[in-house]
Design a protein. Structure first.
Ligand code: SME
Length: 165
């Protein structure tokens, strides 16, 4: 599936205007550049955070029964740098091998709190031949911030990353 030219819309917010397509183009270029994995995942987190409602963006790698934070971009560091696969929204996405959207984190008993301002969260697993190898975790300060477009866009990013992780 090709993402560039597919996600069209421009989002506007306090971070300025962001075109999903322009972003997809930059992401595709760097992910397929042959650069070091760490440089790529760092770049992906920084780029994704330009989307106005993406407050904190992280990529966790699956390491046995734990998730290990490998890259992040946001206003603050999280204490949850290692999460057992059975815990949190992050653990649920890996266990279910499905994207998990939590519109109101305070109403979800699985939620592990990182930041007081977080209101909603999306976690997208990165699957390689059906096996989760990593995941993209995004926190938003807005309630119910994540819609189908985010799920589709981030699903595309996860597929691109699966090829190099
Ligand atoms: N909220 C996540 C933990 C990771 S932080 O959001 C960075 C969870 O419930 O798994």
């Amino acid at each position: 599936m090709k993402g560039v030219g597919k996600f069209g819309e421009v989002m506007a917010g306090e971070k300025g205007k962001v075109s999903y397509d322009a972003l997809a183009e930059r992401l595709e270029k760097i992910i397929r550049s042959g650069s070091r994995r760490q440089a790529i995942t760092d770049f992906v987190c920084r780029e994704l955070r330009k989307i106005p409602h993406y407050t904190w963006v992280g990529i966790y790698g699956v390491d046995g029964t734990d998730l290990i934070l490998t890259s992040w971009s946001g206003p603050a560091a999280t204490q949850h740098t290692r999460i057992p696969v059975g815990q949190g929204i992050c653990g649920a996405a890996v266990a279910e091998k499905e994207t998990v959207i939590v519109p109101d984190v305070n109403a979800d008993p699985r939620y592990l709190q990182c930041f007081l301002n977080t209101r909603s969260e999306i976690v997208v697993p990165i699957l390689k031949e059906g096996i989760p190898v990593a995941e993209i975790d995004i926190d938003s300060d807005q309630l119910d911030a994540f819609a189908t477009r985010d799920k589709e866009f981030l699903g595309w990013v996860a597929e691109e990353l699966a090829a190099i992780l």
